[in-house]
Design a protein around this ligand. Structure first.
Ligand SMILES: *Cc1c(COP(=O)(O)O)cnc(C)c1O
Length: 481
């Protein structure tokens, strides 16, 4: 499989890019995102064979279509190492731990896809754990090392640290706003004692952390000298790993490969739902992809009106589903690339406005009409909706859900159609967002085994000023050239 940029260029001018060429990179050199040159189309025979596969076999079959420059035996070993019951330990007693992403039936035709059984209790683990093993493999093969620099307000940082801890050739420098994360999230990250994990607690807010990462990445000499990399959500390997569970869930709720199924996806950076879009383009009979936002409704606005208007960071609201508090959706360009029939010139034109701080408007153009052809529908949810949905799901099904999952179920129900199973993606466990659970249900969310006393474990983090020079100095002292 070869990869092209949504803006028309390649990773190295003149040479085609393969999976491992784009694995460690972020944006393509022309500022676009990597996309497979064409989606593999699955035949009826392929789907029939996949229906019988377990998670590992399915992951290997799908990933080998995209990562065909990794020898099959190596890829199989990486997949087996990643998707083991030892890593996804939070499955229920009545569930097969080898399913990795079990589907729970709420009522006939309504299901929850459990994606949060990994080490940090959020769906990001599924892709990030694979990324950790792919990075270690690729770096080992090239005899190289990598220093990952990231900024986090919670979920991404802990998921990245748990995926990279103890990995050969990899160091992580994770910036987080000092004193601004929940006690649980802080404990998850800061209690890691692995010497290759460095937590930098920045005296400032999340935007300060992100600005520092940008400033370091823009210093090309420093970046090259210390081999700085990222693990952000535009990483193609992460998107491709997320395709797998759409297939797994589809087979779990259907009896044959002609039945339509809809999915509802709590969305922020458009990574998770982008994987659903790709599964659909590969031939999985997905009827609707229902995108749910919280009060930060940039994407809901686009799918309703055709106007994509990223917000200024200062306009982003802090909500009780914080992992969806985004001002612009970094993977959204991938969908638009398909919407404009892969016309990179058109993408460049649209993003010339976006990158200059503006917006684009497809209403009144034929493109707006095409959005529905891709199965997308959308809606938004508020704090009050979240509380109401958490209460309702608890009362009706005896199931406690987290705030993000609640947004997905709320919007999913609005678009539910008779006779079409609806699968709602669970993106985190309620234990991570205890404050809102207490508000909704007046009780403590249960904690999975091993997390009972996480706040009391010894913590290590370096408190540091919101200052690029100090961060660079810290990296220089801890990462050999
Ligand atoms: C990251 C995250 C999301 C948003 O996913 P995207 O891929 O960015 O759209 C939703 N819920 C939770 C709990 C998350 O951590």
């Amino acid at each position: 499989m070869e990869y092209v940029s949504t803006r028309g260029g390649g990773s190295t001018p003149g040479t085609p890019s393969r999976f491992t060429d784009i694995l460690l990179g972020g944006l393509m050199p022309d500022g676009g995102l990597a996309m497979p040159v064409a989606y593999p189309r699955l035949s009826a025979t392929d789907l029939a064979a996949m229906r019988r596969m377990n998670y590992r076999e399915l992951a290997f079959s799908l990933l080998s279509l995209f990562a065909d420059d990794i020898p099959a035996a190596d890829l199989a070993a990486i997949v087996d190492q990643t998707y083991t019951p030892e890593v996804y330990r939070n499955a229920r007693d009545d569930e097969n731990p080898r399913d990795i992403t079990p589907v729970r039936k709420l009522e006939p035709g309504l299901h929850l896809l459990a994606l949060s059984n990994g080490p940090t209790l959020a769906f990001k683990d599924i892709a990030m754990q694979l990324l950790g093993n792919l990075f270690e493999y690729a770096l080992g093969r090239a005899n190289q090392s990598l220093n990952i620099l990231g900024a986090t307000s919670g979920d991404t940082g802990s998921s990245a640290e748990y995926a990279m801890r103890g990995k050969r050739g990899i160091r992580v420098f994770m910036l987080s706003p000092h004193g601004k994360m929940s006690a649980f999230q802080t404990a998850q990250m800061f209690s890691l004692q692995d010497p290759n994990i460095h937590n930098l607690a920045v005296r400032g807010v999340f935007d300060d952390c992100q600005d520092i990462v940008k400033a370091v990445s823009n210093d090309h000499a420093f970046k090259a000298r210390y081999r700085i990399g990222t693990v952000n959500s535009i990483n193609w390997a992460r998107v491709s790993a997320q395709i797998v569970y759409y297939f797994k869930a589809y087979f779990a709720v259907t009896e044959n490969d002609s039945q339509p199924v809809s999915f509802s996806v709590p969305s922020g950076n458009f990574g998770n739902i982008c994987a659903g879009h790709i599964a659909r383009m590969m031939g999985l009979p997905i009827r609707k992809l229902i995108l749910a936002t919280n009060e930060n409704d940039v994407l809901d606005e686009f799918f309703r009106t055709g106007v994509y208007r990223p917000r200024a960071t200062a306009e982003t609201r802090q909500t009780s589903s914080p992992s969806m508090d985004i001002s612009k959706a970094s993977n959204f360009e991938r969908f638009v690339f398909d919407l404009v029939d892969r016309d990179a010139g058109k993408v460049r034109e649209l993003w010339a406005a976006v990158d200059a701080g503006g917006a684009f408007d497809l209403s009144g153009t034929p493109l707006f009409g095409r959005i529905a052809d891709f199965g997308f529908a959308s809606g938004r949810s508020t704090h009050a909706d979240r509380l109401e949905t958490i209460r309702d799901v608890y009362r009706r099904y005896g199931l406690m859900i987290d705030t993000h999952t609640a947004d997905g179920i709320k919007v999913g129900r609005e678009h539910r159609e008779p006779g079409v199973p609806l699968v709602c993606l669970e993106t985190a466990l309620p234990a991570k967002f205890a404050e809102t659970i207490r508000e909704a249900l007046d009780c403590e969310p249960p904690r999975p085994a091993g997390f009972e006393n996480i706040e009391t474990l010894p913590q290590r983090a370096e408190v540091i000023d919101a200052d690029v020079v100090q961060v660079k100095d810290y990296i220089a002292r801890h990462a050999p050239e």
